[in-house]
Write a protein that binds this ligand. Structure first.
Ligand SMILES: Nc1ncnc2c1ncn2[C@@H]1O[C@H](COP(=O)(O)OP(=O)(O)OP(=O)(O)O)[C@@H](O)[C@H]1O
Ligand SMILES: [Mg+2]
Length: 500
């Protein structure tokens, strides 16, 4: 079928979708249409309602009002199984993998390859490997998911959705933790799927991606449709304005500070295969970028420095003093903080209110004789809420009820509030919208200007280039290159070092 013929078939129509949570009107009558063989980008600020819309399509939430039609036939979704059976595959923003199972078991959890009740394990292995290879995954499909990094889990999620042979594929920020290389592999695959007639909904905060792969885009603001248009008839700054309702100056951040003494030094760190002989130093007032492909060992290095994992080899010194970190608590005592990339499992207490999640690392600042001064705590939180634009109706809302990007902002606020010396930030702006990103960049530069040492791990190369004073590139558990003249460095240069 050619594209024109495919486009005529309306695959999906969600009409007048309304969803209210206590205190929040998440969707106020949103309509989405998707044709066969097209990619629709769904855009909007953090908290605009994108994931809520997708969860409704996935059967995870029931809408308060509105109808869903597939191929013109009305669909009544009572739960996720109905959605799956209707040919809808969804990759959620937060992972839904079962940690104890391996990649193969997760991929075929809902739809095993079987004849009658016999599951064909070998076929599942071959199929899983095939899918993961296509995505550029370099781990064994038999690896338990709890041992995988966020980006590797993302690849399993994608493989899982692809294995279901759906006619509609929905991806909620699939590339937030992927590097350019994994992203471009995914795009090749999405393009093939689209050409075979699949309809794809794609949520992302990376606008360059939208221009690269989407045919049409739809912008949501505060739960309502703002605009629906063809991708080639919009510019980046226009889209940003539709999303946030005002102009955002992409000013770039100034890097005038001269780094001071070495604060943290690591020598010959080793931890099995993931980290092999890593040495680095971070200075006062410096933002050191650490980048490399998925699985290159970036996160593992940060975890050792933060006391979360213990190195088998090597040593860490802080201001010349040798450290023997046995736990995260000990590292925190030394003023070393880790912002983890896996906010759901390692960072946030989803059932606790936002203000507690914010203040937990700096309770002593809000306490007097052991009693927490709640008013001070809330006031401090509100000031971060305003500067980063955290969308939350009150500080007492459970953290788990915030949108993904807003959860990330709360975690970041937690560490920004704390007085420390070394900040290890693993994908700090993952899932954060363009407007808030600028604000966070300014805050991080301020943090450095105040004499802190910052390690920035990021898959987004423009971010690494814009923020770092110096960049280290990892490959295969080792540091393969250092870029000192960041001003003249390019993404291509980083990629060359990353894949050598
Ligand atoms: N289970 C829930 N309970 C209460 N409120 C919720 C729940 N899920 C979402 N919300 C609220 O609904 C609004 C829309 O959230 P949603 O997750 O859809 O945003 P989003 O567009 O996906 O944002 P992001 O870009 O940060 O992922 C937010 O104000 C959020 O706090
Ligand atoms: Mg979301």
């Amino acid at each position: 079928m050619n594209t024109a013929a495919l486009q005529q078939t309306r695959l999906l129509r969600m009409a007048g979708i309304v969803k209210t949570f206590p205190g929040v009107k998440a969707l106020r009558g949103v309509t989405v249409e998707l044709s066969k063989g097209e990619i629709l980008a769904l855009l909007g600020e953090n908290g605009a309602g994108k994931s809520t819309l997708i969860k409704i399509l996935a059967g995870a939430f029931l809408p308060d009002a509105g109808d869903i039609f597939i191929d013109g036939k009305q669909l009544k979704l009572q739960g996720p199984a109905d959605s799956r059976n209707a040919g809808i595959a969804v990759i959620h923003q937060e992972f839904s993998l079962v940690a104890g199972l391996n990649a193969i078991e997760n991929i075929f959890l809902a739809k095993p390859i079987q004849t009658y009740s016999v599951i064909h394990l070998h076929q599942e292995y071959i199929r899983a490997k095939e899918l993961l290879d296509k995505l550029g995954a370099d781990f064994d499909p038999r690896t338990p998911c709890r041992l995988l990094s966020v980006a590797q889990m993302q690849l399993v999620e994608i493989a899982k959705a692809l294995s279901e042979k759906a006619s509609i594929l929905v991806l909620d920020e699939p590339t937030a933790a992927l590097t350019p290389r994994e992203t471009s592999r995914l795009f090749i695959l999405l393009d093939q799927l689209k050409k075979s007639g699949m309809g794809i909904i794609y949520v992302s905060h990376r606008l360059d991606e939208v221009f690269q792969i989407a045919d049409r885009m739809q912008v949501l603001r505060d739960g309502a449709d703002v605009v629906i248009t063809n991708v080639n008839s919009a510019t980046q700054s226009q889209i940003i304005k539709w999303m946030v309702g005002r102009d955002i100056e992409q000013s770039g951040v100034s890097k005038k500070e001269v780094p001071g003494n070495v604060v943290l030094r690591a020598k010959g760190l080793g931890n099995g295969v993931k980290v092999r002989d890593v040495s680095l130093e971070i200075r006062e007032g410096e933002i050191l970028g650490l980048t490399g492909l998925v699985g290159s060992g970036r996160t593992e290095v940060a975890r050792i420095l933060a006391g979360a994992d213990i190195a088998e080899k090597g040593e860490i010194t802080m201001e010349g003093r040798k450290l023997n970190l046995r736990s995260v608590g000990e590292a925190i005592g030394e003023g070393i903080f880790l912002l983890t990339e896996d906010r759901k499992n390692q960072g946030l207490f989803l059932r606790r209110p936002v203000h507690e999640n914010f203040s937990i690392a700096s309770l002593f600042r809000f306490a007097c004789f052991g009693i927490i001064n709640k008013a001070r705590e809330i006031k401090a939180f509100l000031s971060h809420r305003d500067s980063m634009g955290i969308k939350v109706s009150s500080p007492f809302v459970r953290a788990g009820n915030l949108s993904g990007g807003n959860q990330q902002k709360v975690l970041l606020a937690r560490w920004l509030e704390r007085k420390g010396k070394v900040f290890l930030l693993d994908e700090p702006t993952r899932g954060v919208d363009v407007g808030a990103k600028e604000e966070i960049y300014i805050l991080l530069r301020k943090l450095a200007a105040n004499g802190n040492a910052i390690l920035l791990i990021s898959s987004e190369l423009p971010e690494v280039l814009a923020l770092s004073d110096r960049i280290l590139v990892m490959h295969d558990g080792q540091i393969k290159g250092e870029i000192k003249d960041v001003g003249n460095a390019t993404q291509e240069l980083i990629m060359e070092l990353a894949i050598q």
